[in-house]
Design a protein around this ligand. Structure first.
Ligand code: ADP
Ligand code: ZN
Length: 730
């Protein structure tokens, strides 16, 4: 049987392999056995019912909670020429009649409905006249009060087993807890269901957790690592959303806000713009959630701690649904937990206790210095392999322990004491750093014995250590102004009876996560960008979000294999017959033109046949390039040795410069030209390519600017260029 699934998945979806548990989940559907499938976001739940629906007689009825989600899914299926339809309030009477006719004629394989519409007498009666193959309940956790998205309408679904006792009901969710699982089985009256629970690890997500010291700078650093890619920034409060969003836009980024305080239409506009990639960044509260099935979200930033690890898993899990690497950065401060406690203080006693327990969990997760993947899995009761995950801050060695922690801590604590525990963390940090800040001079704090004690350290590190001492409860922040005070254990540290642990960013260059190195293996970045633009145009023409036309996995595979025939095109990951018919010609033309222009090879046999899996295989080409660059080989030499296009090799070189933190690119870039790009970057106060390109009036190519910018970032020249930004944060 599983062979026929594979064939359907191959021709209609263009995937060569099934993901873990998909085959089992599909078996349960064709066997007509009730099932509950729990898989993390991005695990591929939809395929579990979509593929069997095509293999079975009749129409499968899919329950989906949101109209927007439903529409995207149906659009995506129709674009693969799969007979899917929906009925909801957005249809005109005519459209509704047409769908009903198609259903009666047996021309629909998948019908999407909201729970409230499904359980109306009229709809139940209508379905009884049709041949229904099975019911699939998507986002089934909505049925449970213990989930994070309880929807009372889902409770009505118990009627399905009464009205259609001979039909199987299949439930799908990403929510892991026992309570939710139990509720789903009970409420849907599932009969001895097959329960399939996938691993909760998301190996393609790169987790980084850090204290929030200089919020805007930290957030920008992440966004800058993902130029032109889509990302989400979560804040706790609506006001934070509006403020951060405005600031990002003022700094030249394209961001849209999303929170429950906005008008429905404005919220919808933000979401659409994000899906269509007209804006790259959504700044949001937790309200931005279930409706997003955009598969190519490349990073999720938490500007503040979420309120539980469950929430963190859900929210960060919106990154990288396509299986490609994505970055999840959490910036927290001790104050976030205070904020959450305050926001939740009016909950009834029982709920309050539960929420405080959950808050404790995320607080421990933040301040721990363990593998993040392992910590998350352990929280959900699963065991991770003991090896280095290669995809989190601790395993990648982003931070290191400060050797002289006790002495450092004592200096900080005694400064707090000298300031009579009357000043905030920023102020304490400035005194320790020996700042000439007017207020410090005015109050005579430059005369304190602790003034300038840590002057040789980076100010941001000092600020971070203060937060770490708060997290380890040697200090606390008190009162309206968050003045820093010593705790009992702080005094113990001062007496030398206790030693805190202090961390600082590693001095060794930041290692790139393996997942990121490998999934770009062999991909021509410049071609990728061209194809991305083409994808955007095709999507706009058809009124579809770009990721529905082709996923990022497909786009990278196109830029890797560079097919110029329909046959080669069909070998590309995610390209089935329908996609090939619709888009093949134009993409092939673009690829052929590009390859002719740049000399890149066409119809390459990609080293990996299945990119999501190959994500974990070694990135040989890039490693070889790194070795050659280390010996100062020129770009042309490396192109020749590796047989790769210049744009690919330049992409490697940029990564190499960043990886090795080289501030002098003169081996590959003319000194005089570098100096010119540098001064343009300084005077424009930007490291963004387009404004620089324009300012240089075509005297430097994009590639040259990319190289220069990588080196400027390594030298921190651009950071020093942002004093205004920094004082604004202080
Ligand atoms: P979920 O509903 O579990 O969050 P989706 O069903 O949206 O996940 O699938 C996530 C992504 O993975 C989609 O882009 C989907 O097309 C892709 N996908 C699903 N199954 C496979 C597979 N077997 N091979 C490759 N890609 C897959
Ligand atoms: Zn790890």
């Amino acid at each position: 049987m599983s062979e026929s699934f594979r064939a359907v998945v191959r021709t209609s979806w263009g995937y060569d392999e099934l993901r873990p548990l998909q085959a089992e989940a599909m078996q349960a559907v064709v066997a007509g056995r009730d099932s509950l499938v729990v898989m993390p976001t991005g695990g591929g739940k939809s395929l579990c019912f979509q593929a069997p629906a095509l293999c079975m007689p009749g129409v499968a009825v899919v329950v989906s909670p949101l109209i927007s989600l439903m529409k995207d899914q149906v659009d995506a299926l129709v674009d693969r020429r799969i007979a899917a339809a929906l009925i909801n309030s957005t249809l005109s009477a005519d459209e509704r009649r047409r769908v009903a006719d198609d259903l009666r004629a047996g021309r629909v394989k998948l019908l999407y409905l909201s729970p409230e519409r499904l359980v109306t007498e009229a709809m139940l009666h209508f379905l009884e006249q049709l041949e229904v193959s099975f019911f699939a309940i998507d986002e089934a956790h909505c049925i449970s009060q213990w989930g994070h998205d309880f929807r009372p309408e889902y409770r009505g679904l118990r009627v399905l087993k009464e009205r259609f006792p001979h039909l199987a009901v299949h439930a799908y969710t990403a929510t892991a807890t026992e309570q939710v699982r139990g509720d789903i089985v009970r409420e849907l009256c599932l009969a001895e269901p097959e329960v399939l629970v996938g691993s909760f690890d998301r190996p393609n997500l790169i987790y980084r957790v850090a204290q929030r010291v200089d919020e805007f700078r930290q957030i920008r650093a992440v966004i800058d690592r993902h130029r032109d890619e889509s990302g989400i920034v979560y804040c706790i409060r609506r006001a934070d959303v509006d403020e951060l969003c405005a600031k990002l836009n003022a700094a030249g980024y394209s961001a849209a806000p999303y929170h429950a305080g906005m008008e429905e239409t404005a919220r919808h506009a933000s979401q659409e713009a994000f899906a269509d990639e007209r804006v790259k960044i959504v700044v949001a509260t937790v309200a931005f959630g279930m409706g997003i099935d955009k598969s190519n979200v490349r990073y999720v930033i938490h500007a503040a701690a979420p309120k539980s690890l469950e929430h963190y898993q859900q929210e960060s899990g919106r990154a990288g649904r396509d299986g490609l690497e994505a970055e999840c950065c959490l910036f927290y401060s001790a104050g976030d937990f205070v904020t959450w406690r305050k926001l939740q203080q009016d909950l009834p006693a029982e709920a309050l206790e539960a929420s405080l327990t959950l808050l404790g969990g995320i607080e421990r997760f933040c301040s721990a210095v363990d593998c993040r993947h392992r910590a998350i899995m352990a929280y959900f009761g699963q065991q991770a392999p003991a090896n280095n995950c290669g995809a989190c801050d601790t395993c990648l060695g982003d931070v290191e322990f400060v050797p002289e922690a006790l002495v450092l801590a004592q200096k900080i604590l005694s400064c707090v004491a000298r300031l009579h525990e009357n000043f905030g963390a920023d102020y304490v940090g400035k005194v320790l750093a020996g700042s000439r800040d007017a207020r410090i001079l005015q109050l005579g704090h430059d005369k304190l014995s602790t003034y300038g004690l840590l002057a040789e350290h980076d100010r941001r590190h000092i600020r971070g250590w203060i937060e770490q001492l708060v997290a380890q409860q040697h200090l606390r922040k008190a009162g309206e102004y968050h003045v820093v005070q010593l705790t009992d254990s702080g005094w113990e540290v001062l007496r030398g009876n206790q030693t805190p642990q202090l961390l600082k960013p590693a001095t060794a260059p930041r290692r790139q996560a393996r997942v990121a190195l490998d999934s770009w293996e062999g991909v021509d970045r410049e071609l990728f960008e061209e194809l991305r633009a083409l994808r955007r145009r095709k999507a706009a023409e058809r009124g579809l979000p770009p990721f529905v036309v082709f996923s990022d996995v497909t786009l990278r595979d196109l830029a890797r294999r560079r097919p110029t025939t329909a046959e080669q095109m069909l070998a590309v990951h995610g390209v089935g017959q329908a996609k090939c018919d619709q888009y093949g010609e134009e993409f092939i033309a673009a690829i052929a033109a590009f390859c002719q222009r740049s000399g890149a090879a066409t119809n390459c046999d990609a080293a990996h046949d299945d990119p999501p899996q190959a994500v974990r295989s070694p990135g040989a080409g890039k490693r070889q390039a790194f070795e050659l660059f280390a010996q100062q080989h020129s770009i042309e030499q490396v192109c020749r040795t590796l047989g790769r296009a210049p744009s690919t090799v330049i992409g490697y070189l940029v990564d190499f410069i960043e990886h090795e933190q080289l501030d002098d690119p003169s081996a590959w870039l003319d000194r005089e030209l570098f100096a010119r790009i540098r001064s343009a970057a300084m005077s424009l106060e930007t490291d963004r390519l387009k404004p620089l390109y324009e300012a240089l009036h075509g005297s430097a190519t994009y590639e040259q600017i990319r190289l220069a910018v990588a080196a400027l970032r390594a030298s921190d020249a651009l950071q020093a260029q942002r004093p205004a930004m920094r004082t604004e944060q202080d």
